[in-house]
Design a protein around this ligand. Sequence first.
Ligand SMILES: O=C(O)c1ccccc1N[C@@H]1O[C@H](COP(=O)(O)O)[C@@H](O)[C@H]1O
Length: 218
Amino acid sequence: MEVKICGITRVSDLKVAEKYGADYIGFINVKRSPRFVNIEKIKHLLSHLKNKNKAVLVLEPKTVKEVIDKYKQTGIKNIQLHSLSPKDIENLKEYDLRIIRAIGISNNISKKLKNEIIKFSKLCDALLLDYKLKGKTGGTGIEIPFNLAKKASKIAKNANKNLKVYIAGGMSPEKVKSKQNIFKMFFDGVDFNSSLESSPGIKIHKKIIEAINSAKKC
Ligand SMILES: O=C(O)c1ccccc1N[C@@H]1O[C@H](COP(=O)(O)O)[C@@H](O)[C@H]1O
């Protein structure tokens, strides 16, 4: 399985994640996040990443223009979106970007959410299933009920066979280890964030390594 280590704010954390085989390394440029890093800081962190294709820019933009501007400033092509409509995403098609759309799930998959999953699946390169709390996704540290995550993955894959589906929301090495076989069946990758930290944005190196190893065994 692919592994993303998200919420990187320190060079030392980035180096451990890259050295031990993370496929993706996420920088959160969302103001409400305690892991927020500004564009200058992202450029600095990026300068320490050997493989720039591993970088993921996490955004919650109000406009398509904001995405394009930030892509041009950083050169990061993997864009994780915690906002924007299907129409907005269509408008991003002319750029050579890899779009990962976060899908918020709490305690059910309504007809409306099912339709949303189908629409985004057809337009995006990947979906990131994440827990939705008070209308927002990202950094909650809360796991989606597993049966709902599996259901969402099936809906998404039926809509687009080439789509990657990532699981996020309170993912820890222990949780991944305990569900290795099922993870492999339903998800293409796992996203680790707050469970690896001593405080927001400060990752514990031993946990980064355990997280990568747990997902690579799936
Ligand atoms: O981590 C944040 O603070 C955050 C804020 C706003 C948008 C995204 C954010 N993080 C993303 O949230 C998921 C899940 O995080 P967690 O494991 O529940 O802590 C992860 O993909 C981060 O990219």
